[in-house]
Write a protein that binds this ligand. Structure first.
Ligand SMILES: NC(=O)c1ccc[n+]([C@@H]2O[C@H](COP(=O)([O-])OP(=O)(O)OC[C@H]3O[C@@H](n4cnc5c(N)ncnc54)[C@H](OP(=O)(O)O)[C@@H]3O)[C@@H](O)[C@H]2O)c1
Length: 319
């Protein structure tokens, strides 16, 4: 089944029980075996989402059965080092990137196995650290703006958390599409959000966005809570509020004549290729807050949770 068998031990970051970063341990684990339709990736870099240790999926399978020990980090860039014979679109040695299944082990390890349909060639102009910063944020931004928000050239989108992991890519992708972008962020991110292409930036500590933005076609919310609930009044009637961070209050959405949508990002190889092409043509640039060696993943998570990050935090697996 496997063209090249790799067996033995690898270094990995694992958790043996639920909890925060304090439960992450750097230790030996078995190199995973691949099944039908899967590839084994030699991980070069893996990105974290600071909140992922609060997701139920990080600790269970799709049937909600706990699956300890677990490996975090769902964005990977690396080299194909094993593949099952059914996989036709990749070969050994290909440099690939992708978003992994949230209900399986992640990429904070020297090797990870994954369904080949989730993986594609990485942007050829980017190194592995930059490539690993793109899949989750890029796909989430893409699906929020286009699959759910149906953003068109010339429309206006209000993006909350515009300097964060998802927001920083959403600003660039929306501008590439020809949309007008209003971004909200803290004062210290104003400059970068403008550099990313936002036409207007609102420092949320200084102004209420609903006093500045109104009649927008789409809101992309990456913050949730009261930020989401105050957003319905900023869209035009018939406009859309998409949240990746919280549930929609249907009553509130109806009151303002808006459509409210919350969704969970899905792996999508075709969209990943589009994102790779945008990166290779310089239309979008990865935004990276910090990098940490694999063994310091605990520190990476603590930093991600406690700091107001600009962009992604990436683990360097091969230094
Ligand atoms: N549904 C999905 O499929 C999906 C996919 C990916 C992520 N997520 C979730 O989406 C959320 C964002 O993810 P991320 O990776 O982008 O996180 P992140 O990198 O931490 O970005 C969040 C950003 O929001 C900003 N922020 C905080 N309070 C704000 C406010 N009141 N107004 C405007 N901006 C504010 C933060 O920094 P400043 O305050 O300094 O500006 C930060 O830049 C997380 O909860 C994550 O779990 C969901």
């Amino acid at each position: 089944m496997q063209d090249k068998i790799i067996a033995g031990k690898m270094k990995a970051i694992r958790m043996h029980s639920r909890g925060g970063p304090e439960n992450l341990v750097y230790e030996d684990a078995n190199i995973p075996k691949i099944s039908k339709g899967e590839v084994l990736i030699r991980v070069h870099a893996a990105s974290i989402t600071p909140t992922e240790l609060t997701w139920n999926s990080s600790f269970t399978d799709r049937n909600k059965k706990e699956r300890f020990p677990v490996i975090p980090s769902f964005e990977v860039s690396g080299t194909v080092s094993g593949l099952s014979s059914e996989v036709k679109h990749l070969k050994l040695g290909d440099e690939v990137y992708g978003l992994l299944d949230f209900w399986r082990n992640g990429a904070a390890a020297e090797y990870v196995e994954t369904d080949a349909t989730e993986i594609t060639l990485k942007p050829s102009t980017l190194d592995h650290i930059s490539a690993a910063s793109l899949p989750l944020s890029g796909l989430t931004a893409w699906q929020a703006l286009f699959d759910h928000g149906h953003l068109k050239p010339g429309q206006t989108v209000l993006i909350h958390g515009a300097g964060g992991g998802v927001g920083s890519l959403a600003v660039q992708i929306a501008r590439w599409k020809g949309a007008e972008v209003i971004g909200t962020c803290s004062k210290n991110k104003e400059v970068i959000v403008r550099q990313l292409g936002a036409n207007q930036v609102i420092d949320y500590s200084n102004a209420r966005f609903e006093d500045v933005a109104n009649g927008v076609d789409l809101v992309l919310d990456t913050v949730g809570g009261e930020v989401l609930n105050r957003s319905y009044q900023t869209v035009r009637r018939g406009g859309t509020v998409v949240s990746i961070a919280d549930d929609i209050d249907e009553e509130l959405a109806r009151k303002y004549g808006a459509e409210g949508i919350s969704f969970l990002v899905e792996p999508n190889r075709r969209e990943l290729r589009e994102i790779a092409l945008l990166a290779d043509s310089g239309k979008i640039k990865p935004v990276i807050q910090d990098t940490f060696p694999l063994r310091d993943a605990k520190q990476a998570f603590i930093s991600g949770i406690t700091n107001h990050n600009t962009g992604k935090t990436v683990l360097r697996v091969i230094d």
